[in-house]
Design a protein around this ligand. Structure first.
Ligand code: LLP
Length: 439
């Protein structure tokens, strides 16, 4: 029977036989910081940022996948830009001292306040999602006497091969302005006519957790065609193209996503070839990956609690977290690999279903995973939990959010403190005296 340490080379096993992450013993991490605990291999995040930057110098990191002050600082230290999607993400980046000119502001329904915050901060680009937003931003910029540079988010009408909830490039999407019916072309012309904004390029993001590059390539060809049509119609050769994010990662051992260099090389080749067809200068490329930078670097540690055997049916193994720290299985039927951190090299002889502690039958983290005879008190490590886990964590059942630790060269740094009960009710106000009812 195979041992339970998946993804050879990603994490380690030390002399004590324990799982290590960034050179830190997982059992020591659990003892020091408590569980549930989000642990990141900091070097792996840095390696991924470097791989993107080497392939596409205009790379941005999509903050929505995982953002804290320390993460923004790490991204800045690697010379990569930041894609933010809300006033909250922007505020976190600015709080971290992230250079505003390397931030790109996204969002399919930015509020006037968020647009003003982005303009006032002096972000490098604002990605305008709709015609309404274009006019709103032009007006806001005029009133602030600023001239922000923008991209236009275009929906190419390509449906990629991934979970429906994370497809974004199809015509039937809430995001962007479709190429269909000439809407995108009209938006470009209108943007060129706005006096307080500068149109510097186009943007497109067709979906997330993509393994098949064909959909991305088709989208890129359509984007270059649109740029060529723009030049023909207006004489303007737009200098930039943001190709979005979306590269998938290995959640399961058998997953085989393309690596960062291969992904980038394919898309650059597609864009270059299509530009040659139109005799168009190759635009400066930007990209904005999230998952493929932080996903595989993250591991969540839990303490095993009750193990319940339903004879002939299944064994439930309950952990001290669940859909609050990882809603992805409930939302997308996402599948994970796991091991027992004290003996990852032991034979995996017991098949269990890992359940969380929330009051829902749907709070299942992993169905049917083979583990080395788990016992209550063991530390369970769930792999590839770096992207969209902490970012989508909730307080359901009033569970405090876990702490977050970066590990590198055997040293662990706490970058988010564990929440306390007091944090949970910090914003609650008592019932006003006048409204209270005496029973
Ligand atoms: N750019 C835009 C405009 C996006 O909407 C996204 C992701 C990205 C970049 C980054 O995509 P990535 O490289 O991470 O695939 N919560 C879902 C994923 C939602 C993705 C939303 N947009 C999940 O847990 O799978």
């Amino acid at each position: 029977m195979a041992n339970t340490l998946p993804f050879p080379g990603r994490h380690g096993v030390n002399d004590a036989g324990h799982l290590t992450i960034g050179g830190c013993d997982a059992l020591e991490l659990a003892a020091t910081f408590g569980t549930p605990l989000y642990v990141f291999d900091e070097q792996l995040i840095r390696d991924n940022l470097r791989a993107y930057r080497a392939a596409i110098p205009g790379s941005l990191y999509a903050a929505k996948a995982f953002l804290t002050v320390a993460m923004a600082q790490l991204v800045a230290s690697e010379g990569v830009g930041l894609d933010v999607v809300s006033g909250g993400e922007l505020a976190t980046a600015l709080r971290a001292g992230f250079p505003a000119e390397r931030i790109v502001m996204h969002g399919n329904n930015k509020s006037p306040a968020e647009l003003a915050e982005a303009v006032s901060a002096g972000v490098g680009r604002i990605v305008v999602d709709s015609h309404r937003e274009l006019l709103m931003l032009d007006e806001i910029a005029r009133s602030m006497q600023r001239h922000p540079a923008i991209h236009l988010r275009i929906t190419p009408g390509i449906k990629p091969d991934t979970h429906t909830y994370i497809q974004t490039g199809q015509l039937d999407s809430k995001f962007g302005t479709p190429i269909a019916d000439g809407q995108a072309q009209q938006l470009i012309i209108d943007a060129l006519n706005c006096s307080s904004i500068r149109l510097s390029g186009l943007h497109c993001h067709i979906g997330s957790q993509l393994f098949d590059l064909a959909g991305l390539e088709a989208a890129m060809r359509l984007m270059v065609d649109l740029m060529a049509e723009t030049r023909a119609a207006t004489g303007a050769a737009l200098p930039e193209l943001n190709i979005g994010g979306g590269l998938g990662i290995r959640y399961r051992n058998q997953d085989t996503p393309p690596d960062i260099a291969t992904y980038a090389a394919h898309l650059i080749e597609t864009i270059t070839a299509r530009c040659a067809v139109h005799d168009l200068p190759v635009p400066r490329l930007l990209c904005e990956p999230g998952r493929s930078i932080v996903g595989e670097a993250g591991v969540t540690l839990y303490t095993v609690g009750t193990i319940k055997d339903v004879p002939g049916i299944r064994t439930y193994l309950a952990v001290d977290g669940g859909m609050t720290d990882n809603p992805r299985p409930a939302l997308y039927e996402a599948v994970y690999e796991a091991t027992v951190a004290s003996r990852p090299a032991a034979p995996a002889t017991k098949i269990v279903t890992v359940a969380g502690k929330c009051c829902e039958s749907g709070d299942i983290l992993i169905r049917d995973v083979a583990l080395p005879e788990p016992q209550p008190g063991d530390i369970l490590a769930v792999f590839a939990t770096g992207a969209y886990n902490y970012a989508m964590a909730s307080h359901y059942n009033r569970l405090p959010k876990p702490a977050v630790v970066f590990c590198k060269d055997g040293e662990a740094h706490l970058i988010v403190e564990r929440e306390t009960y007091a944090d949970l009710y910090a914003k609650d106000l008592p019932l006003p005296r006048a409204a209270s009812v005496t029973l």
